[in-house]
Design a binder for this molecule. Structure first.
Ligand code: DQA
Length: 147
């Protein structure tokens, strides 16, 4: 089993970008943590980031072909992208949505998520630890845990 960990726009700058909101941990650090955890959980991992909506959609289609699970931080596309929601609606495996910050404590435009209409679970405001939590949950859903 493989878990795709998909990251949306500006997350390549994690650790440098608004550290008072997103912290000092980099996306490479998060990738290393997820890779180690995936080995422990006995799943494969594809850790990916793009600033382009269409690229994220293509990766969702690849995950669909692979029968994989998805952890996704769609970043700003969370609040705008019907196209990513539609892609996720073609996907039958487990989906956990992750936000590093607590989007509900922030501007009202961050309170609505298109992706949440499909996600099996949402983790927000747990910092970059949210990725490990999401990965654990997707691995257990792939292993047949009840939703
Ligand atoms: C984010 C929250 C989004 O509102 C924002 O656009 C991001 C990151 C988070 O991880 O907290 O880029 O998804």
């Amino acid at each position: 089993n493989t878990v795709y960990i998909l990251n949306g726009p500006n997350l390549n700058l994690l650790g440098k970008r608004q550290p008072h909101i997103y912290g000092h941990v980099t996306l490479a650090d998060v990738e290393a943590e997820c890779t180690a955890l995936a080995a422990e959980l006995g799943v494969g991992v594809r850790f990916l980031q793009s600033n382009y909506e269409g690229q994220i959609i293509d990766w969702v289609h690849e995950a669909r072909e692979d029968g994989a699970g998805i952890v996704i931080n769609p970043a700003a596309f969370t609040h705008t992208s019907v196209a990513i929601l539609d892609a996720l609606n073609t996907f039958e495996g487990p989906v956990i949505e992750v936000h590093i910050s607590n989007v509900h404590k922030r501007e009202s435009f961050r309170h609505h998520s298109y992706v949440s209409l499909r996600a099996d679970g949402v983790i927000a405001g747990c910092g970059t630890e949210g990725y490990s939590l999401g990965l654990r949950r997707v691995a257990s859903l792939l292993n047949g845990a009840a939703k």
